[in-house]
Design a protein around this ligand. Structure first.
Ligand SMILES: CC(C)(COP(=O)(O)OP(=O)(O)OC[C@H]1O[C@@H](n2cnc3c(N)ncnc32)[C@H](O)[C@@H]1OP(=O)(O)O)[C@@H](O)C(=O)NCCC(=O)NCCS
Length: 149
């Protein structure tokens, strides 16, 4: 059965492996970066789990000025189009609202149609194009959502 819970330290390696599967080399985060996110930034992070295996996760930073950034949202290829990504995002947003966070942003590769479609469906809008954001050659979109609206 699929269940949702907070990301724990013991999940970091599995989350890292899933990220390697979801993103190309150079864009996927290193394991050290996962450790940095977990231990050094204020964050709210959830996993979707089935039979004790992580099938998806989300990491959202919480900044001092009551804004948040979706650092990553990863769903295992076998579990996509089941609304797991949308659910992780909406659960994070609910928590951010309870903390008084007003604005959430994220960066996404311009050609990442699945992610851009999901974010638009969930109320994000395109704010800006960021030239050569990934690997100094691929543009990103900066997307934003006002949680107060
Ligand atoms: C993008 C991603 C997180 C979507 O997760 P998901 O759980 O499959 O998404 P959902 O099932 O919640 O989809 C919600 C909506 O998003 C859109 N969407 C999702 N995947 C899509 C696809 N492959 N093509 C077009 N639209 C898509 C659809 O509108 C979908 O609603 P629908 O299924 O009723 O049409 C997943 O594909 C993934 O992990 N991709 C690789 C990592 C990544 O790019 N993460 C985002 C980083 S910014």
């Amino acid at each position: 059965m699929l269940s949702y819970r907070k990301l724990k330290q013991k999940d970091l390696y599995q989350a890292y492996q899933l990220d390697q599967l979801c993103f190309p080399r150079g864009i996927a985060y290193s394991f050290d970066t996962f450790l940095y996110f977990y231990f050094y930034i204020d964050h709210y992070s959830l996993v979707a789990e089935e039979n004790e295996g992580i099938v998806g996760f989300i990491i959202a930073s919480i900044e001092r000025n009551k804004t948040s950034q979706i650092i990553t949202l990863d769903i295992h290829p076998n579990y996509r189009r089941k609304k797991i990504g949308s659910k992780l995002l909406s659960r994070v947003e609910e928590h951010l609202i309870s903390l008084g966070v007003k604005n959430v942003c994220l960066q996404v590769e311009v050609n990442n149609t699945p992610a851009i479609s999901l974010y638009k469906k969930c109320g994000f809008t395109e704010a800006k194009r960021l030239p050569k954001y990934y690997l100094n050659k691929i543009d990103a979109l900066l997307m934003k959502k006002n949680l107060a609206e």
